[in-house]
Structures are given as C-alpha cells and as structure tokens.
Design a protein around this ligand. Sequence first.
Ligand code: HBZ
Length: 839
Amino acid sequence: EKAKWPKETVQLWEQLSKKEANDLHTIQKSIVHHVTTTLARAAYNMDNFSAYQAVALSTRDRLISRWNETQGQLSKADPKRVYYLSLEFLLGRSMDNALLNMGLKGVYSQGVEQLGFNMEDVIESEVDAALGNGGLGRLAACYMDSLATLDYPAWGYGLRYNYGIFQQRIVDGYQTEYPDYWLNFDNPWELPRLDISIPIGFGGHVQTTQDEYGVTRHNWIPANSVQAIAYDVPIPGYGTENCNNIRLWRSKPTRVFDLTSFNEGNYEKSVEDATQAEKITSVLYPNDNTMAGKELRLKQQYFWTAASLYDIMRRFKKSMREWSDFPDQVAIQLNDTHPTLAIVELQRLLVDEEMLSWDDAWDIVTRTFAFTNHTVLPEAMEKWSVPMFEYLLPRHLQIIFDINLFFLQKVEKKFPNDRGLLNRMSIIEEAQPQQIRMAHLAVVGSHKVNGVAALHSDLIKKTIFHDFVDYYGEEKFVNKTNGITPRRWLHQANPQLSALITETLGNDRWLKELSQLRGLDKKVENAEFRKKWTAIKRLNKVRLAELIKTRCDVEVSPDALFDIQVKRIHEYKRQFMNILYVIHRYRTIKSMTAAQKASVQPRVVVFGGKAAPGYYIAKLVIKLINSVAAVVNQDPAVGDLLKVVFVPDYNVSVAEIIVPASDISQHISTAGTEASGTSNMKFVLNGGLIIGTMDGANIEILEEIGEDNIFIFGCLADEVEDLRHAQRYRNVPMDPALQGVISAIERGTFDDPKIYQPLISTLTVGKDFYLISADFASYIAANQQVDAAYKDQEEWAKKSIRCTANMGKFSSDRAVKEYADQIWNIKPISVVDEGYLQA
Ligand code: HBZ
C-alpha cells in the first residue's frame, strides 16, 4: 500500500508516527488525555483506581511504541528466535515494573504527585496478573524479563485464563477459595489481536489413503474446532529499547460451527458448543506439583501448543526457507512437560501437511525442542490415559505410538533382549488403561534436557531419566540453575536498598551485571555502612508489620526477629515441621521462669501460601497454623516473645513486601524434593539469611555466600532412602521433642484435636515420608543457632551484607545466557531508533 502513496503522504505518516516525548509536561498531558477521553471522566472526579487506569494507559502507549519498533526491526532482521512455551506466566503487577524498566518511574512519579495523587497508592490499585501457581510460573516471568533486558529475540506463548490462581481467604482458620476474576476492570497490559484467529481441531477420525507413489498418507478430520485468539503482552527490557512479547491465547467458538448447528435448527446445541469452546481458557488449574488428569487440562494443552506452533510456522514460512532450516531459525523451550504435545504436533504438521518423510521431520523436531524438568515427585509426573487421549486427538495418538516404536527399536538395537529396559523406557506405560508418559516423550523429542539446580539435575540423571542417560549419553542432560530478576526482586521491591547499593558502588551497573554486588564486600567492616544497611531492613520490617496489622489484625514488633516461610503449601516443603517447631518453642517459653524469659530472642513467625483446593493434608496444615496463632498471640505469658501469623492470599505483590523484610527465611524441604526453589534467592539477595536443608539451590547459595552465612540442617539427599527404610522396618522411635509437641496437640491445646488426626498420622512411625522426625533435632539446633547469631546485631549485619554481595550467580540474566549459548544457540539483537544492529 505504502508504495502507492505519494511522497507527501509517506512523509506525513513518518512525521506523525514519531515517538511521544518523555518530558514531564507531555506525560502529564497524556495522563489527563486518557482521563478525559479513554476513561470519559471529569478531571477532578477521580479516585486512586481511575488515576491508576489513566497512568497505566499512558504507560501502555509508550510500551506499544517500543513493542512496534522492536517487532518491526526483528521481522526485517529475521534472526533465530526462542519460543518459551509455558502454561503459566506469573507476572504480578506491570505498571511499576514497566516504568522502572523504561526509565520513566521518576518523571511519572513527579507527574502523578503534581496531579494530586500518591504514586504508591496508584501503583497499589493494580490487580496482579496471577496466571501461575508458584515457582514454575514466576520463573517464566523472570526469564522473560531477562530475555528482554539482554536483547534476545524471544517470545513467550501461554494461555489467557479468565481466572488466575484463586484468591485465598481464611475463614475460621481454614482456607477458602474465591475466583480471581482479574479481567473485571479491563487489562491495559495486553493488546488484543482479534485479527489473529487460528482454528484448532479436536476429536474426529483419521483418514488413511495411498498417494500416487504408494505412500500411506494420514489425514486427521477433527469432529469440531474452536478458534484461538491472540492477546499480546509487551515485556520491556531494563535499560534497553527492546520490548519482547508474550502471546496468550484465548478460546472462542468457531463461527462456522455454531452456524451449522444453528442452521440445523439446533439452537441449544450451538450455544452449548460455544460455551464448551470458551471453557478451554477459562481457568488456570490450581495444582502445583500434582497431576490432575482432567480432560479439560489436556484440551488446554493441545489448544495452546497447536495455536503456538501454527503461529511459529506461519512466521517461519514468510522467510521462504527450506524446512530443514527450521531448527536454525526456531528454538522451542518446553517449560515442564505441559507443552510436550508440541513435539507431536510439529511432527504431524511436517509429515501429514508438509509431506516430509518421517525421518526428515523427526530430525527437525528433535533439533528444535529442549525440555526443562522441574520436579522428581512421582505424583507430579504427567500421564494421560490412552482412551481419553485417543478420543480427543486420534492422529496424535498414532504418532506417539510410532515415535515410541521407532525409539524402542533403537534401544533394542543398542541393548538387545532387555525387556525390562524397554518396559521402563517406553513412552507407553502398560497399565489399565495404558498411560502416555509425557516426561519420556519430552526426553525423546528434545535435544537437551535440563534440571533447575545442580543437585536436581544430578538426581534426574540417577532416577527418572537414568535409562535415558545410558542410551543417549551424558551430554544430552545438562544443568541450568534457576535465577531471578534483580530488577523486580531488588530494585523494585526494595527501592531503598537499591539506592544504597547504587550509591555505594558508584553506579547502577549491578542491575544488569549482578556479580558487581561483590563490591559491597569491602563495606562489611564499615560500621557507618552497616548502620544504613540495618536501618533499611528495619523500614522494610515496619512496612511488613503494617501489612500484618491490616491483613491479620495482629500487632508485631519490628524489633523481633522476622522468620518467614512463604511458598505453596505442600508436604514436601514441610510447613508442618515449621509449625511443629513453633509449638515446641511456645511450650519451652511457657515452661520458663521470668529470668529465663529475659534471654529469649523475640520472634515473629510468618507463614503464607496457597494449598491446592483438593489437597486435604495441606489445608489441614493451614488450619493448624491458624489455630496455633490464635492461642500463642493472645497468651500473656508469651507476649512479644513469640507471634505467629498466616498472611492470607500470598501472591507476587505480597511477596514484594515480604521478601525485603526477612531476617531469616525457611527453605526446609526434605533433601532431594525441592528441585531448586527461587524464593531462597530472593530473600538472600535482599540481605535475609536462610535456614535450610541441603536441597535444590540452597546448596549453591551456600557455595556462593559461605557456610558462616547460612543455617543448614537435616539429612542429605543420598541418606533419604536409607532413613525411610530404617523407619519402615526398624521401628525407629519418634524424636522425643516432636513427641512432646504431638502430645500437646492431642491434648487439645490448639482447637479440637480430632481435626488434626489425619495430619498427625502422616508422622506415625513408618509413615513419615518427608522425614520430619528424623530432621527434627537438627532443626531445633539450627533454630537455636539462629537465635544466638541474631543476638550479635553487628555480626548479623555483616552476614546480611555478605549475603547480598555474593548473590551474583542467581540473576536470571546468567541463567538465560546459559540457555541462549548452550541450548538455543541464539544471539542478542539490539533495537535502535531506525534499522537494526547485530550485537
Ligand atoms: O519450579 C517448581 C519447583 O517446585 C521449584 O523447586 C522450582 O524452583 C520452580 C522453578 O524451577 N515447580 C513448580 O512450581 N511446579 C508447578 O507449579 C506445577 C504446576 C502444574 C503442574 C506441575 C507442577 O502440573
């Protein structure tokens, strides 16, 4: 079109599409413009929320300019891109982050204050985008921030759920769930692309024919279809013009199909079909580390992977390259097994639609995909029942059986006559009914498989993927230790500490190169600096104390030691052990004389986290925490020596208040069960010490910060099996202190003891799978070491500074660079005002 225009028209467009300036006046004008036009409000009739909406819309304009510029330049450059497929992106709030990353926070704050609003209140009016459960979803969000910041050409693909993770309220001590209708007030952080609409088929049958060369062709005829509509979420990098994209799909009924039913006079059926179609992207499954096995979840997975691949292939086709070049243009990272169907879908499209040979197609597929494993827990391993799968995806089932057959034939060749081996490695589990093992499919269809911390990557090689290591060799199985973005988790969440660090180091380069924090090490001996450091921690504790007062109606002293455990509630994470120790501590204080009490270190024990709605034992743990809190907090014999709170509805924006405020935080999973953990990194980066087991990334944090700055306890991963065995077969008695605690619960000290019977029976000898009893004595000892160390506030401040100073490794920038160099083989491209530059 543009080519047909006269020169003046082109010039006019170019002149008018110049980016808006970012001076105070222009920004204020744009805010007021959105108030009076987009929001249709009178300029004075405003509350914090409408102020937020206007500021968000103005911020969004600037994001979109960057998005357009970046995507336009990338289209021309056409580099190899990475696509990060994740069913969860736990982004939290966007406004503060977008303004900080674009370097506009200062001018916007000034503008907003002059217009009569408090910037913090405006920021807090935003609802979280909570499209994730926990670590896996937040990791995806941190990686998107780093990819954008480092100028990597990267897109995320996910689902646009109408309902994110449920909202948690505590009623009578119990968790109750409420829907998270986060789209109620419109979402300024997405660009609906209503023109991008992709048909996705389900069900039906496979037509088999011979082509003119006698080759068998398979043609899937789906029984019905839905449309995938694209919504784009811009992800601005920090200190760069680059702005990446997360494309989220929403399901909508296909017009043609409801018309068919309608024309047949079946109005009700057409409405029913439409409802079924919309249901696909209606709700995020609220399970973390367990497999639900629901048909709707499988539909979500196929809907999402098929739409994403269609989009990726359409983009590839524009470049008119050969299919064999596909893996040189496209890297696809599978965030856990949830997107594994993408492997099968790509094979299907290449063979059935693009007419490649099976072997050529499979070579392209395996060079394209790489797979990240996030857990070794057996209950989390995804399996799909073959009959259900066949009903929804008949052609894909055939392809999976073929992939499996060709794979097992190769295994048989390498290790002949080992039937046990073939059974163990098969993608199909011979159960009733047969099950598809998605983790095996993901390994077979990928060129690299990674775990998320050194111990975990080692463990998966020894356990779930052991046979695969023997078959493929070691090189296919690598470690990529997780990381977190220092922009959100220090700069944004802890602005005062960020400012002190910048002032101390003389520049803010640490925000893009986190190992620069090492420069703080030489300030450890500087008493003046320690004073500033400690004062900031105290301010953050005051901020948390206010939140606790508002949300829990409990007053806590910011002078007490703040001891925090926030994460999903799960038996393997052992919040149960933590609250059992709190009871032990309570009983100890109760037994003390006034003189003895004088030397007790006051503590505030903070819990937060959601339990999966169907996870009965986890929900009982929440109830126990709240019952213990109710008793302890009003006991005059205890006073400020011990307070216990459960902060309801823990989410990303609450984490931003909690993380900077810890003195100590708890990462106490049974060794070998927590793949990595990422909140451990967030707390330590903010100068909080940790108490933890030799599990996941705790081990690597210990290596970086040194054993004097971390409280480690409990058995090691390679002792776990022996301990379980001993417990089962040798009548190991329960730890005596633990026995005392259990007796107190059973006497009814904390509500009706009948309530807790199912919880307590998880501990009875021979059943304590997570080894709470085995670790209890060393847990008590570690807690005593924490108290003793905290007594010396100067030494504690030194430890705190050393923690932050040595966390460089755990930046998600380091992590994505490793993925880019060692798995994806992609290079950064920097966006410039015109044209592009190869970095
Ligand atoms: O992934 C977590 C791990 O438990 C944690 O150790 C690790 O740090 C983090 C990032 O690598 N795993 C999850 O968060 N897993 C899930 O949320 C999940 C969600 C749905 C599932 C299975 C797992 O079907």
